[in-house]
Design a protein around this ligand. Structure first.
Ligand SMILES: Cc1cc2nc3c(=O)[nH]c(=O)nc-3n(C[C@H](O)[C@H](O)[C@H](O)COP(=O)(O)O)c2cc1C
Length: 148
């Protein structure tokens, strides 16, 4: 929902991160699978290959917060991309923990990228996040200017 708000506003290209093996419908089963994947530092497979990043300077990278970090499939994604010299703008939905350690994880996975200011939206507020998204986009605007 938040990604759609951002993409509509900026008219960006989008790529939806989906697991080749879909996560269970049940919340508890998903928590359990994520816990296992984090423990194993797993790289769950993507359902479709990510787009090439040539021609892009800025990547707005969105996910829910899972156990205070990014879902491990975001690690799979960043492993596959060369983000040298690019800017990552992280955005998340969460229940209670805010951004958690998502931005630090991205900095570790893409050490030669610049990590810009992130946006954390509470999941239940996602549908009403238009103003929050607009305020954030105004703040990170100068970083977006460099997008070709
Ligand atoms: C596996 C899993 C782990 C989660 N871990 C956290 C967490 O550490 N901190 C947090 O604030 N929310 C956590 N959540 C809640 C999600 O961030 C939240 O469900 C998501 O952002 C979507 O929001 P919504 O379900 O209210 O629409 C977790 C959810 C799942 C499924």
């Amino acid at each position: 929902m938040v990604a759609r708000l951002i993409a509509d506003r900026l008219q960006t290209d989008t790529y939806q991160v989906e697991a080749a093996e879909p996560y269970p419908f049940s919340y508890d089963d998903t928590v359990e699978r994520n816990r296992r994947e984090q423990q194993q530092d797993a790289r769950p497979a993507l359902a479709s290959p990510p787009p090439a990043l040539e021609g892009y300077d800025v990547v707005l990278l969105g996910s829910p917060v899972w156990n205070v970090g990014a879902p491990m499939i975001m690690h799979t994604l960043l492993d596959q991309w060369d983000l040298r010299g690019k800017t990552i703008l992280p955005f998340v939905t969460y229940a209670v923990s805010g951004m958690g350690r998502v931005a630090q994880e991205y900095a570790t996975l893409a050490p030669a990228a610049t990590i810009g200011e992130g946006l954390a939206v509470q999941g239940e507020e996602a549908a009403q996040a238009t103003d929050e998204v607009s305020t954030w986009l105004r703040r990170v605007g100068p970083m977006l200017q460099s997008n070709r």
